[in-house]
Design a protein around this ligand. Structure first.
Ligand code: FE
Length: 341
């Protein structure tokens, strides 16, 4: 009897301790995110289930969220800033909106070239910016980014504008690998090869192949994969016509960029923010986060989603993505000076 009673009280004490632990681990984390998917709810629900931390989201365009955080200053409720493209999160970091995070878990799981060296931000999923072509019209598609500037492709290439962050980051990588003079010659050469003045987003470049306006297009992998998934009008019906090349496979590897997140400089819930980033680096969250947008996980060894698996394996550039931000101003200058729109 006495023994039963003491077991019961021990169990009760454990319950009370667990409840106290849950309360201590609770609270909230406020996300400022320019990435939005309907399936985010499932992602955040799982985080809340594991940690007791509620997730509040504020969604908007990256530049709007950056402006908002700047205006809010030290009073900003933002704990975590999430956006796409290393060049864009670099802008937020340059504006002093992010703080260093030391996390053994994040450092161990996310490859060094996909994160800021002092932990100001971490890449969470990867996309490659690659070459697409019309299988019917192009027998010898470009095999490298440099090939895009070859005069034999005159009048054939579609790519979005020179102020777009994806192109600024691509040119930033070319500057890093080839130097400024070569990057300038490349920008001039590609401009001379354009089928039309830059217009629209990456999907529009791919649609240009279908409509016959372009023979070659540059786009991020997930735009093509959305078409392949069968949900993009003007693209999906004729997607089989489009072939793809992962460029620079015998040299630097295909240019990759990331969706990334960092802890806000004035995060009121800093510990929860770090915990959230660590959660996003878990196997389950990695698979989910990348899979939402047909991207590649940032953490090595996480299962490849069926959509990107269809493109095959490739060699990715291992340049530290911070360099893309550092070269951004020069890249914009080169695009402007060579006459890009
Ligand atoms: Fe995009």
């Amino acid at each position: 009897m006495t023994r039963t009673r003491s077991l019961l009280s021990a169990a009760l004490a454990a319950l009370v301790a667990a409840a106290a632990g849950a309360a201590a681990a609770g609270g909230t984390v406020n996300l400022y995110s320019s990435r939005h998917y309907d399936s985010d709810d499932a992602l955040f629900a799982r985080f809340t289930e594991e940690t007791g931390i509620a997730v509040n989201r504020i969604e908007g365009e990256a530049d709007e969220l950056i402006a908002r955080m700047q205006a809010e200053g030290a009073n900003s409720p933002a704990d975590v800033f999430i956006t796409v493209d290393a060049g864009r999160i670099w802008r937020a970091d340059q504006a002093g909106l992010l703080q260093p995070v030391e996390s053994g878990l994040l450092a161990a799981r996310i490859p060094a070239h996909l994160r800021h060296p002092e932990g100001h931000w971490f890449g969470l999923s990867q996309r490659a910016r690659i070459i697409f072509y019309d299988r019917e019209d192009v027998a010898d598609p470009p095999q490298t980014y440099a090939d895009l500037a070859d005069p034999k492709y005159r009048g054939m290439i579609c790519i979005r504008s020179g102020s777009n962050i994806y192109n600024l980051s691509l040119l930033g990588a070319i500057i890093a690998h080839e130097g400024e003079a070569a990057a300038r010659a490349w920008a001039s050469g590609v401009l001379a090869n354009l089928a039309r003045p830059p217009e629209g987003g990456d999907t529009d470049q791919l649609k240009g192949i279908v409509s016959g306006q372009c023979e070659i297009a540059v786009a991020n992998t997930y735009y093509f994969l959305r078409g392949l998934a069968g949900r993009v009008e003007g693209l999906s019906e004729s997607i089989d016509r489009i072939g793809w090349v992962f460029p620079n496979q015998s040299t630097t590897g295909a240019h990759v960029n990331v969706s990334a997140a960092g802890v806000a400089a004035h995060a009121p819930n800093r510990d929860n923010a770090v915990r959230f980033l660590e959660f996003l680096a878990s196997d389950w969250a990695q698979e989910f986060f990348a899979g939402q947008n047909h991207e590649y996980a940032a953490v090595p060894g996480v299962a490849l989603a069926p959509a990107p698996a269809r493109l095959g394996l490739f060699r990715a550039d291992s340049l530290n993505l911070v360099v893309l931000g550092e070269n951004q101003t020069l890249a914009q200058q080169i695009f402007n000076e060579t006459g890009w729109k």
